[in-house]
Design a protein around this ligand. Structure first.
Ligand code: PMP
Length: 380
């Protein structure tokens, strides 16, 4: 198969799997046990924590292991609100993942005012729009670093400054950013950041939450583990896997993302040549978009049918996020950028993984070429 859906999930890399394996059987100790097997599991977790911290440019004690991006996001948002109980406004971007946006109705019914910030037409959240929405009643600002449908990068450093000037907290969903763009928390004033292992060639069901040491954290799941920040016996193999995935991602980023961009551009060029009225949804500037993703609108065509035709040829892509797959609802991200329902339903996301080859891109372009011929025949 040709996997152009790496933002939905990635396979566990061989290196990560090998690191994890001993912790399922030989090294199955409970990190809380007071004997050597427990100690070894505990050591493995602290090594993984150090790897994640060095990947993100933070301290080990600022990392809490969780069950994934969804839990990290929800823990961060709920903790932030408890830190500022007198404030009643939450500022969210309208393009957040459902694990954050889905909480809004609950907060609204408990008396919060939720202000949703639409992106500009190119999918970017503008710092000026955030500044306009944040005031002295704002408890929390949540804007994702990289959008998982368009690849648009948010000006997170500026947004952190805006939030802090009003003494609000800034949470950032980093799930689509880590491993794709440089994330250095020592130079950006984010208060909390979430990540998920299965988007960076680690296992599903494990993730991390960075919480800046200067911020108090109220756990979502109270308990003794993770320095009382996340209860429950640790997912030792998963955490070890996330640690290794972080080291591998660092190496991948250090070697540059130029190859990924070249493949992405090749795919865009090829598809746009075949469908001259197609266009890209997302920022035009290179420094405003992640290297691994492109979102293309095929006017007048059904995205679902294109996906099906690609699928028959073993090519995987997606409409909006996988999390809302199964429904034919148009993407909330594309709608908030000003696309019509029909346009959103004619748009597809292609997200490129590390191991994609030029031959696979060319095969995809060839399949699109065939599709155009078939459509032409049907029209004439
Ligand atoms: N945030 C973003 C931007 C995502 O793409 C995802 C995964 N679709 C999540 C959060 C949720 O992460 P997880 O699957 O680990 O719960």
């Amino acid at each position: 198969p040709v996997d152009l859906d790496a933002s939905a999930t990635t396979p566990v890399s061989r290196r990560v799997l090998e690191r994890m394996m001993p912790y399922f059987r030989e090294e199955y100790g409970n990190p809380s046990s007071p004997y050597e097997a427990g100690e070894r599991a505990k050591t493995a977790i602290s090594e993984a924590r150090a790897s994640v911290a060095s990947f993100l440019g933070c301290e080990s004690r600022e990392i809490v292991f969780t069950s994934g991006g969804t839990e990290s996001n929800q823990a961060a948002v709920r903790s932030a609100l408890r830190l500022k109980p007198e404030r009643r406004t939450i500022v969210l971007s309208a393009i957040e993942h459902s694990s954050i946006l889905g909480l809004a109705p609950e907060f609204e019914s408990s008396g919060y005012r939720v202000r949703r910030i639409d992106p500009r037409a190119d999918g970017r959240i503008a710092a000026a729009d955030v500044a306009e929405a944040v005031d002295s009643d704002t408890a929390l600002v949540a804007v994702m670093w990289v959008n998982n449908e368009t690849g648009a990068i948010a000006p997170v450093a500026e947004i952190a400054g805006i939030a802090h000037r009003k003494d609000a907290l800034f949470h950032c969903d980093g799930v689509a950013a880590v491993g794709k763009v440089p994330v250095d928390l020592s130079s950006v004033g984010i208060d909390s950041l979430s990540l998920s292992a299965h988007k960076i060639y680690g296992p599903k069901g494990v993730g991390a939450l960075f919480v800046r040491r200067t911020r108090t954290f109220h756990p979502l799941i109270p308990g003794a583990q993770e320095r009382k920040r996340r209860g429950g016996t640790e997912n030792v193999p998963g955490i070890v896997g996330l640690g290794e995935a972080s080291r591998e991602s660092m190496e991948f980023l250090a070697s540059g993302t130029d190859a990924l961009k070249r493949l992405r551009d090749r795919l865009e060029r090829g598809v746009l040549e075949i469908f001259p009225d197609a266009r890209r949804n997302g920022p035009a500037e290179e420094d405003a978009r992640a290297p691994h993703m492109t979102n293309i609108l095929f006017p007048g065509m059904s995205g679902e049918k294109i996906l099906w035709s690609l699928g028959k040829e073993g090519i995987r892509a997606s409409m909006g996020s996988a999390c809302s797959a199964g429904s034919v609802e148009p993407s909330h991200v594309l709608l908030s950028m000003g696309l019509s329902r029909a346009e959103a339903l004619s748009s597809l996301r292609f997200s490129l993984g590390r191991h994609l080859t030029e031959a696979e891109i060319d095969r995809t372009i060839a399949v699109f070429g065939q599709m155009a011929v078939t459509i032409g025949r049907r029209v004439s």
